[in-house]
Design a protein around this ligand. Structure first.
Ligand code: PHE
Length: 454
C-alpha cells in the first residue's frame, strides 16, 4: 500500500494529533453538558452507563474513525468513498460522510450559541460584573441574557468568525500551536477549581451525587442520553475525528493515541462534575437545573472566592477555548471537502460555511426569545438540534462506521492500518467493533423507541 498523505497537510507528531483530537473532544460537552445532563438524569447510575459507553462503544468506534481517515487521507466524505472502493465496495458509503457534515452544521449552530454565552461571561467576569453575586442574581443575569437576542447574536457572530478564521489558515498551523499550550492550561485550571470545590461544604454531597449508584434512577431514556453523550463528547459519528485522523502520521499507533484521548476527555468531564456539583449543593441550588447549570453556579463560586474575578475570567476563557478547538473540528470536514471537490481556496469555503452556520445559529438562539413558540417534535429549535444530533445522528453515524469498518471492508485493511502487535488486543477491539458496539447501539435505540411508543 502506497503511503498517501493529505493535500491539507499533516500533524507534526503523534502528540500533536493526540492534543488536536483531545481539543476536539474536550469542549462544551465536558464542562457544560456533562454536568447538567448528569444532574437531569439522577447522577451516579447515569455516570456508570456513560463510562461503559465510552469504553465499549466510544473507544472502538474512535479507532475505526481514525483508521478510515488515515487510510483515505481525505475529508470524511471522500475518505469513506476511497476506502470503500479500495475494498471493492460501493462508493455510496460516502453517504455516511454526508450525514456527518449535516450533523456538523446542526451541532455547530447550537454549539455556537452556548459558546456565545461563554464569551459573554468572559467579558462579564473581566469587568467584575459577578463580584459577590448571589445565586438568585446569577440566575437572573443568565435569564436576561437568554431573553436578549441582540446580545446573543453579537456573541454568536464573534464565535463563528473566530472559528472560521482558524479554518481559513488551515487547521494545522493555528491549531497545533494553540492546543500545545491551551490543553495543559485548561487541565491545570480545572485542577485549581477542583481544589476550591473540595474545600466547600457540599463536596461530599457532590461526590456522592456523581458516584453513588442507584439503578432505580435509570430509565431507557437516560441510557440513550448516556450513549448519545459518549458520542458527542468524543466527537464521534460525524467525521471530525476521521478528518483529524487523515492528517495523522503514518507510523503512529492508533490504539494508543485513542486511549489517551478517551482518558483525557473522561477525566475532564468528571473533574468538571466534581467542580460544579459541590458548588451546587453548597449553595442549595438544583442539580437538575438544565443548560444554565454552569452559567448560574460557577459565577456564584467565583463571586465568593478570593481572586474570584481573575479565576472566573480565566476559567470562562478556557471554556471558550475548549469550545473553540471543538467547533473547528465540527467544520473542518466540510471545509476540507469543499477544497477537495471544487479546488477552492479555504477563503471562499469558509465564507460559505460561515454564512450557513451563522444563519442556523440565529434560529437556535431565537429559541430562547423571538421564536420560543416554534416547536419541532415538541422541542424548541435549540433542543431539537441538540437532541437530533447527540441522541440520533451521532449514534447512527457511529453505528454505520462500526458496520463499515467491522463488516464491509476487509480485515486486512483494518489490521494493516491499526498495526496492533498483540493478537489478543486486536481481537478484543475487533469483537467490540463488530458486535458490542453495533448491537449495543441498536438495542438501546429499539428499547428506547418501544418505551416512547408505550
Ligand atoms: N466533543 C465536543 C464536546 O464535547 C463536541 C463535538 C461533537 C465536537 C462532535 C466535534 C464533533 O464539546
Amino acid at each position: 500500500m502506497q503511503d498517501k498523505t493529505s493535500i491539507h497537510g499533516a500533524w507534526t507528531s503523534r502528540w500533536i494529533f493526540i492534543l488536536a483530537a483531545t481539543g476536539s473532544a474536550v469542549g462544551l460537552g465536558n464542562i457544560w453538558k456533562f454536568p447538567y445532563i448528569t444532574g437531569e438524569n439522577g447522577g451516579g447510575a447515569f455516570v456508570l452507563v456513560y463510562l461503559c459507553c465510552i469504553l465499549l462503544v466510544g473507544v472502538p468506534i474512535m479507532m475505526a474513525e481514525v483508521l478510515i481517515g488515515r487510510r483515505g487521507r481525505q475529508s470524511p466524505i471522500n475518505a469513506m468513498k476511497s476506502v470503500a472502493l479500495e475494498a471493492g465496495r460501493p462508493q455510496y458509503w460516502s453517504l455516511v460522510g454526508w450525514t456527518g457534515v449535516l450533523a456538523g452544521f446542526m451541532i455547530f449552530s447550537f454549539y455556537s450559541v452556548v459558546a456565545g454565552w461563554v464569551l459573554f461571561y468572559i467579558a462579564g467576569m473581566g469587568v467584575g460584573d459577578f463580584i459577590a453575586i448571589g445565586s438568585a442574581d446569577a440566575g437572573s443575569v443568565f435569564n436576561d441574557l437568554l431573553g436578549d437576542p441582540q446580545t446573543l447574536i453579537i456573541w454568536h457572530s464573534i464565535f463563528v468568525m473566530m472559528v472560521m478564521l482558524v479554518i481559513v489558515g488551515g487547521v494545522k498551523k493555528g491549531l497545533e500551536n494553540a492546543v500545545k499550550f491551551l490543553m495543559p492550561a485548561l487541565f491545570f485550571l480545572l485542577l485549581v477549581m477542583l481544589g476550591y470545590s473540595s474545600q466547600t461544604e457540599g463536596f461530599a454531597a457532590g461526590w456522592d451525587f456523581l458516584f453513588h449508584y442507584d439503578p432505580s434512577e435509570l430509565s431507557w431514556d437516560s441510557v440513550l442520553v448516556a450513549l448519545g453523550h459518549s458520542f458527542f463528547t468524543l466527537s464521534l459519528g460525524m467525521g471530525a475525528i476521521m478528518a483529524y485522523g487523515s492528517y495523522m502520521p503514518k507510523k503512529t499507533s492508533i490504539g494508543g493515541a485513542v486511549i489517551w484521548i478517551a482518558i483525557m476527555d473522561t477525566l475532564v468531564a468528571l473533574i468538571a462534575g466534581l467542580v460544579i456539583f459541590p458548588i451546587v449543593f453548597s449553595n442549595g441550588m438544583d442539580p437538575g437545573a438544565g443548560p444554565g447549570l454552569m452559567f448560574v453556579t460557577l459565577p456564584v463560586a467565583f463571586g465568593q472566592m478570593p481572586g474570584g474575578q481573575i479565576f472566573g475570567f480565566v476559567f470562562f476563557l478556557l471554556v471558550g477555548i475548549a469550545a473553540w478547538t471543538s467547533a473547528i473540528s465540527l467544520m473542518e470536514p466540510a471545509a476540507a471537502w469543499l477544497v477537495e471537490k471544487f479546488n477552492w481556496h479555504r477563503i471562499p469555503a469558509c465564507i460559505v460555511l460561515g454564512l450557513i452556520v451563522w444563519g442556523m445559529g440565529i434560529a437556535a438562539l431565537g429559541s430562547f426569545n423571538f421564536i420560543s413558540d416554534v416547536k419541532l417534535l415538541g422541542f424548541n429549535v435549540f433542543d431539537f438540534l441538540d437532541f437530533m444530533t447527540a441522541n440520533i445522528m451521532l449514534p447512527l453515524g457511529g453505528l454505520f462506521i462500526a458496520i463499515f469498518a467491522g463488516w464491509i471492508i476487509t480485515r486486512n485493511i483494518v489490521a494493516n492500518e491499526l498495526a496492533i502487535s498483540s493478537p489478543l488486543l486486536f481481537n478484543a477491539w475487533y469483537i467490540a467493533l463488530r458486535f458490542i458496539a453495533p448491537i449495543g447501539v441498536s438495542v438501546i435505540f429499539v428499547l428506547n423507541l418501544i418505551e416512547k411508543l408505550k
